[in-house]
Design a protein around this ligand. Structure first.
Ligand SMILES: NC(=O)C1=CN([C@@H]2O[C@H](COP(=O)(O)OP(=O)(O)OC[C@H]3O[C@@H](n4cnc5c(N)ncnc54)[C@H](O)[C@@H]3O)[C@@H](O)[C@H]2O)C=CC1
Ligand SMILES: O=C(O)[C@@H]1CCC=N1
Length: 276
């Protein structure tokens, strides 16, 4: 086994699958990966890819250089306590859980007088499944430069990575890009519904809506112009776009998006209090 890249996913659901899809075959082989999950169907799916599986934490964990904790936030304390006896001195623990603070997690994994400081918090998103994710990372002070590079390379295989300084930064990333794909899917669904209401069929509306989102985001990524300039280029004076944007403006579209992000961030903070 390549110990440098050997991985354990604790929790083999959506987010573990999204991350593994970019890593297996590129950064590590299937045999370098262990998945711990109590759900038999989940284990069977992973085993079918040649990945080692186990229903609960056991001694096989200690040989894995990097652990990715990918269970629901409410189950994380129990999982951390079950995994803790198998920590090796050099285990790098990466948590993808939203709303569980690094302080809580380092306390659960460490000793009363010695919290576990070799810990990275990571906030990815589901487009990582196709190698197009966005991800925030933060590291505690027990993480070496080499380990930061390792985390960057692993997550960089499936996502654009930004580093933030603290848990507040991770909560901000959660409100923007962690939850963000759902906001975008909602917007696309609304575009499709609007298209159908105006007489397009389902396939036409879906194809036009998706191509518009893809084209606009690619243009924004590749262009040197500001987003405001790109928006103005679409908006002829007295034309159709201006009529539509007036409606968005009247309903304070930016305010609604901002309020939604405030709610996501407040929920992350409330979860951190709940799961401490
Ligand atoms: N879904 C998303 O878009 C994102 C999710 N996250 C975070 O990722 C984490 C996982 O979320 P999902 O993958 O969406 O959930 P999921 O429900 O798809 O996966 C969780 C997995 O954990 C397993 N599990 C439950 N108890 C366990 C235990 N004791 N030991 C090992 N495995 C156990 C479940 O069987 C399940 O397969 C959450 O903490 C969430 O906050 C972070 C960013 C984005
Ligand atoms: O909804 C959630 O809590 C998770 C975290 C970010 C995306 N999904």
């Amino acid at each position: 086994m390549n110990k440098e890249l050997s991985l354990a996913f604790i929790g083999g659901g959506n987010m573990a699958s999204a991350l593994a899809a970019g890593l297996i075959g590129k950064r590590c082989g299937a045999h370098d990966v262990l998945v711990i999950d109590p759900n038999q169907a989940v284990r069977d799916r992973w085993a079918g890819q040649g990945v080692a599986v186990a229903p609960e934490a056991d001694s096989k964990l200690s040989a894995r250089r990097v652990w990715i904790l990918a269970v629901k936030p409410q189950g994380l304390k129990e999982v951390a306590l079950a995994c803790k006896p198998h920590l090796a001195e050099d285990t790098l623990v990466i948590s993808v859980a939203a709303g569980v603070s690094s302080a809580a997690l380092s306390g659960w994994l460490g000793q009363p007088d010695r919290p576990w400081r070799r810990l990275v918090r990571c906030m990815p998103n589901t487009p990582a499944l196709i190698g197009a994710g966005a991800c925030g990372l933060m590291a505690l002070d027990g993480v070496s430069e080499d380990e930061r590079r390792l985390a960057q390379q692993m997550l960089g295989a499936v996502a654009q990575v930004v580093w933030v300084d603290d848990d507040a930064g991770i909560d901000a990333v959660t409100a923007l890009s962690g939850s963000g794909p759902a906001y975008v899917f909602l917007f696309i669904e609304a575009l499709i519904q609007g298209g159908i209401r105006h007489g397009l069929d389902d396939d036409q509306a879906r194809s036009l809506a998706l191509a518009t989102l893809t084209g606009a985001t690619q243009l924004a990524s590749l262009s040197h112009e500001s987003l405001a300039t790109l928006r103005e280029r679409v908006t002829s004076k007295g034309g159709t776009t201006a009529a539509a944007l007036d409606v968005f403006q009247a309903r304070d579209f930016a305010g609604i998006v901002g309020e939604a992000m405030d709610a996501a961030r407040a929920r992350a903070a409330a979860m951190a209090a709940e799961f401490s």
